[in-house]
Design a protein around this ligand. Structure first.
Ligand SMILES: [Zn+2]
Length: 347
């Protein structure tokens, strides 16, 4: 019986050492210290022993019981502490952990570039005006010295709107440029005039990397006494320095637009290669950024200005194009694709 107790003690302790969870610990207590445990059985049978053996065995059995109880309590304390520590570790707030990112809206790159362009002209003293996207043929073409047989009016270039009744100003169409606002402004105001006109325009274009049927334009107009081509160059060079950087050079070359005379296309030396030739400028060293010119006398006459007294200059640029050149974007369709991977680069 003493051997049985010794064997029981070592088995119980060995078993206890392997436990690490409270439910298993409770099972252990029932098995080794419970009412039906082997140890309890021995204690209960002590009465059947000889008095001398009873004392010895009883002593040993009680020692084993106390030992197991004390080992059990130690083990339980230990397991409870381990569990508590694990829980604390799990629940601890890591103040250095980055917060979940919140999605914050931003302006579209076209809007950003538009605001930059318009902001530059505001700084130069220009007012900002906006006009209707559905325009009269007469304002979009005739009064800008684009006669009826001009190819720009071709139905392949222009979206005409179905219109009925008597139409003194011709058909209605989606404006092909923001230039009709030149007419609207001049018809309503006396010189001096200094306005920029941002807005959406439409042309019947097949879509490719550099063409879209919808685009954004900023048009500008200045009319006053004694305005010369030098004023045009000075104004547009100042604009270029604000938008493309103060070290940029400009180049003006003769070009034709029906509503100006003389007309010019303006280029800026490439900011990517400083004129040496690169991917952005297609190896030419120059980026053509807008058309410009002195307002045609016929246009001034048409709105009742005296062309012998007043002169003016006008210019127009595509916002998508400026944006593409500024950021080295090679496909205009990216602006309209609503792809956040693209748009988020313009934060
Ligand atoms: Zn270049």
């Amino acid at each position: 019986m003493i051997e049985q107790l010794e064997e029981l003690k070592s088995r119980a302790l060995e078993h206890l050492g392997r436990l690490d969870a409270l439910p298993a610990l409770e099972d252990w207590r029932v098995t080794y210290l419970g009412k039906r445990s082997e140890l309890n059985q021995i204690l209960r049978n002590l009465g059947t022993l000889e008095p001398s053996a009873r004392r010895t065995v009883g002593q040993i059995a009680n020692d084993v019981k106390r030992l197991l109880e004390s080992e059990f309590n130690d083990r339980r304390t230990q397991i409870e502490r381990t569990l508590r520590e694990a829980e604390v570790a799990r629940e601890r707030i890591d103040v250095t952990r980055p917060a979940k990112p919140t999605l914050i809206g931003q302006k579209h790159p076209i809007t950003q570039t538009l605001e930059e362009i318009v902001g530059a002209f505001r700084a130069l003293g220009y007012d900002v005006v906006e006009g209707p996207e559905v325009e009269w043929e007469k304002l979009n073409f005739d009064m800008l010295n684009i006669p009826p047989e001009h190819p720009a009016r071709d139905r392949w270039d222009t979206f005409y709107v179905k219109s009925e009744g008597s139409l003194p100003l011709g058909q209605m169409l989606l404006r092909t440029h923001t230039s009709p606002m030149q007419i609207r402004v001049m018809e309503k105001t006396k010189p001096p005039v200094r306005v920029v006109v941002p807005g959406r325009c439409y042309r019947y274009e097949a879509t490719d990397a550099t063409h879209e049927s919808q685009f954004t334009q900023v048009e500008g107009l200045a009319v006053d006494e004694n305005l010369t081509f030098a004023d045009l160059k000075g104004t547009l060079t100042a604009f270029t320095h604000m938008v493309f950087g103060p070290e940029r050079r400009t180049r003006f070359r003769v070009d034709f637009f029906p509503f100006v005379e003389p007309g010019a296309e303006m280029a800026v030396d490439c900011h990517g290669c400083h004129g040496a030739g690169c991917r952005i400028c297609k190896q030419s060293g120059w980026l053509e950024i807008m058309g410009a010119g002195m307002v045609h006398p016929k246009v001034l006459e048409g709105v009742g200005y005296d062309p012998s007294r007043y002169t003016g200059f006008a210019f127009g640029m595509g916002v998508e194009r400026i944006s593409m050149l500024k950021y080295g974007i090679d496909d205009i369709r990216l602006f309209f694709a609503n792809d956040l991977r693209f748009l988020r680069q313009f934060r």
